[in-house]
Design a protein around this ligand. Sequence first.
Ligand code: BYC
Ligand code: FE
Ligand code: FE
Length: 492
Amino acid sequence: MTTESRTGPAPAPTGPLSSIDYSEQIPNNVNLAGDRRLQRALEGWQPKFLDWWKALGPALPTKDVYLRTAIAVGRDGWAHFAHVPMEQYRWGIFLAERNPDRAVSFGKHKGEPAWQQVPGEHRAALMRLIVVQGDTEPASVEQQRLLGATSPSIYDLRNLFQVNVEEGRHLWAMVYLLHAYFGREGRAEAEQLLKRNSGDLDAPRILGAFNEETTDWLQFFMFTYFTDRDGKYQLGTLKESAFDPLARTCEFMLKEEAHHMFVGTTGVQRIVKRTAELMKSRGTADIFGCGGIPLQVIQKYLNFQFSVSMDLFGSEQSTNAGNYYSSGLKGRWQETRRKDDHVLLDEVRTMTYVENGEFREKEVPVLSALNLDLRDEYVADCANGVRRWNQELEDAGLDDRLVLPHEGFNRRVGVYAGHHVSPNGEVLDDAAWQACVDGWLPSAADRQAVASLMVPEYEYGKFAGWIAAPQTGINDQPVEFDYVHLAEEGIA
Ligand code: BYC
Ligand code: FE
Ligand code: FE
């Protein structure tokens, strides 16, 4: 195997690296100071990142925000909470601790030591994976840029900003890999990550869901529930990568990711709770008039965000995915817990598809269907939140329930693209689809009605009328804590 030693960084010093050096201009636990060229290159990228943050990061002016910052990468006590001006957040490079005995756990290199450098033959594919991952992180910040102006509470505002700064840090995680291991080409890709922008007609973000508009907070909570969860699963597969620096960086990103999904799960849950209260007390499902979001509209937003997030897994059958696996670049979810040979040359599975207006099943090689394997894991996880939301409806004594739509509903990528499938799984012709689609996906009128409820509530401890208060605050602080200090100009 050929290795690219020219562009790799200096070896990290031995010994525990669980603490992070904050005396540096770029906080890190990768011994950046030991590689002057790399350090200078990243210090050259840093002001461009900050310009991007100022131009396309959160638009609401704030004095400071009660933010979590990583201080160590070990198991306990990795985070520190304090009020910090957002633009002074210490974005840095944090990799999970290295296991010097780590071996490749799948594919044709199974059993070989994990790679500390990029093998020449896998260079292009690895860079592509890192670029796609890196592209989504700033995209989500851009999508959420305007939400602060309509925050339902200071508590929620803080959570939005926490998610935003950490997605910014996830961009740093990928840019570090590009700079440290991919030479001039990697540096060029790092520049492009700031130049493509969400929804830009000429230079859009790479994946579909990251060019959709985030119109309101219901959309935001659905995004953090369904789309950040795609992130969890994709990072979970990259955490298995033979390329050890990628594996280690993804392992640490997953720690931060847990809070993003908490924001989504509890955000939707609090909306459903409030909706259930209003439905109960008013005896009607049509609660827009009394300031709540009708359950049917919540269902439409759910249908939309679930389906665009399903598209993020790519085609069910993908030779790219098979090659990534065989080469050791991208594993399966919980690869090491799977009870098979981890090479998969002889394995088959069934796959559903549509032919002549009907669902059919066929047997396909597992290796060709790894995107589907991951998507199945994802769908099972998505169902957990829906159960939790439905508990609120049950507790309120209502018979209504939210459901995940059929996997073929509203799809643009893969075997269902080009077919119309209803949420409960019927294949429809064009006319039948057109007649019903406004009942399944948010219409312009639905989005407008939701948007009209989005008036900001900036008084500490108070919440907008369409969402219930959370059970507890952040980091053991009370719900009414001063999580965000707005700038004078922000309080119009
Ligand atoms: N939109 O062979 P296929 C996150 C392209 S989220 C547009 O099936 P493959 C986060 C595909 O690129 C996680 N294009 O694709 C969440 C390919 O293009 P080329 C992000 C799409 O390679 C919230 C072609 O179609 N991380 O972290 O098997 C906030 C053929 O497709 C789409 C990753 O995705 C789409 N939806 O699988 C913040 C991990 N889907 O090569 C952050 C890295 C596919 O023909 N990426 N295409 O030009 C990958 O592992 C894979 O590239 C994919 C696609 C899973 C995305
Ligand atoms: Fe992320
Ligand atoms: Fe996230």
